[in-house]
Write a protein that binds this ligand. Structure first.
Ligand code: ATP
Ligand code: MG
Length: 421
């Protein structure tokens, strides 16, 4: 649908289900204050979509025709952020922020700065009408507005119909919009999986045509979107689809992915949906566990230092590419090596210290999920779970070694616990 052809649809209050009771109190205060000062004030983006779907929005974003400077004048608790992409953040209490963005539009070709590196930021910062603002958004279902002036829903892009039909559709031509910002390809897959919507066929053919471009997106954005996939419990299906569409190696710097890795990630998704927390080190270790295990044969001859070395070799390129902090990289590596120890079985050197290591429960958690994919490992999980519960017990069938009989001093065991596996 082109911007010229489409008409605006306005759903009055009595024709939709969104009630002010569902909207966060402080966001309502912001909307009302803008409105009382003669500004347009809309709830925008994901929150309107989620409310219409009967879901709890993650956050409530506000759109307005007031400039950032004007917003700042209206709110004492407001500060402007972003050097180039100016947004107003209004602070409530210690930890709560409400984001207020001035409506923006796509600049025309001849308005663009000469330096192509400047385009992305420039494109995001030209103020426009609410209609312009709807059209610069990614998908029709993400471009609906809730107007505080009369509690109506404003739809410039056909988003209400797509919500009813449960379909993700790009606003405008997917080829153009994916070229403009390749991360939209990944977001399309993410929303389809999260909301259980289908993808407009043009999205699939668009990804087919533009998939390589995902490699040109800023690594920090990809890193964030990948963690979003994990947090929403859709990393498995989305990465599987990326793989099927041939986008996965472009997305994760050469990462091939395997059925088993993706099956493991889907297990993690299930755990997240059941309320499990997801840490980035865990997410990275899961991505690379299959590769790592392939490179470390589970024989007596494989020494732990060798496993450490392999783990580093495998995750360092990923961590460098995505500028992942040393601490996270270290934990990811420890989780991989922990899984190696767990897969190898009990009775090896250093077992006692391993059982006391603070990361071992997490390694075992990852290994437990891995054993759901590789069911032959299930008995190991059971054994190790018991060993962790009673770390002082000698391994089954093994003779206690004299060293193990030494009484432990509490402070000594604590400092040992902090050492690597
Ligand atoms: P959620 O926060 O639940 O993941 P959301 O729709 O709020 O979903 P955000 O990433 O928070 O998604 O973005 C907020 C809004 O900004 C989106 O609803 C969309 O309208 C717009 N948006 C985000 N990313 C893009 C993009 N890459 N291109 C165009 N518009 C975008
Ligand atoms: Mg959001």
């Amino acid at each position: 649908m082109s911007e010229q052809q489409s008409e605006v649809t306005i759903l009055p209050r009595d024709q939709h289900q969104i009630s002010r009771k569902q909207i966060d109190e402080d966001t309502l205060k912001v909307l009302y204050r803008l409105h009382r000062n003669g500004q347009l004030a809309y709830l925008v983006g994901g929150s309107v979509r989620d409310l219409l779907l009967g879901r709890q929005p993650k956050d409530f974003d506000v759109g307005t025709d007031a400039t950032p400077a004007k917003v700042r004048r209206l709110f004492r608790n407001c500060f402007l952020v972003g050097r180039r992409f100016r947004l107003a953040h209004i602070r409530f209490g210690k930890n709560k922020l409400i984001e207020v963005a001035t409506f923006r539009r796509h600049p025309s070709e001849d308005e663009l700065p000469d330096d192509p590196d400047e385009h992305f930021h420039f494109v995001q910062n030209v103020f426009g009408t609410p209609r312009d603002d709807a059209f610069r958004r990614d998908f029709t279902i993400n471009a609906l507005f809730y107007n505080i002036a009369d509690f109506s829903i404003i739809d410039h892009v056909g988003g209400l119909k797509d919500l009813a039909d449960k379909v993700i559709r790009v606003i405008g031509d997917p080829l153009v919009r994916f070229e403009e910002d390749p991360v939209r390809m990944l977001r399309a897959l993410e929303f389809a999986a999260r909301l259980d919507f289908s993808l407009d066929p043009e999205i699939l053919s668009g990804i087919e045509a533009k998939k390589e471009l995902i490699a040109t997106a800023a690594p920090a954005r990809i890193r964030e979107e990948i963690m979003e996939l994990y947090r929403h419990g859709v990393a498995g299906p989305v990465l599987r689809q990326c793989r099927e569409l041939g986008m996965l190696p472009h997305l994760l710097a050469g990462y091939p992915g395997t059925d088993e890795s993706i099956a493991l990630i889907a297990k993690i998704d299930q755990r997240t949906k059941d309320g499990g927390k997801i840490e980035e080190s865990f997410a990275i270790a899961a991505l690379y566990l299959r590769l790592f295990m392939d490179s470390c044969p589970l024989t007596r001859e494989t020494h732990i230092t060798e496993a450490l070395h392999k783990a580093n070799e495998i995750i360092i390129p990923h961590c460098r590419y995505f500028s992942i902090a040393q601490g996270i990289r270290h934990s990811a590596r420890e989780l991989l090596v922990g899984c190696f120890r767990l897969a190898r079985g009990r009775g090896f050197k250093g077992e006692r210290r391993f059982l006391q290591h603070p990361l071992t429960p997490q390694s075992l958690e990852l290994f437990r999920l891995w054993a759901e994919v590789h069911t032959e490992l299930a008995p190991q999980v059971e054994q190790w779970q018991q060993a962790i519960k009673a770390p002082a017990a000698p391994p089954a069938g093994k003779k206690r070694r004299p060293r193990r009989r030494r009484p432990r001093k509490p402070q000594q065991s604590q400092s040992r616990g902090q050492q690597p596996h």
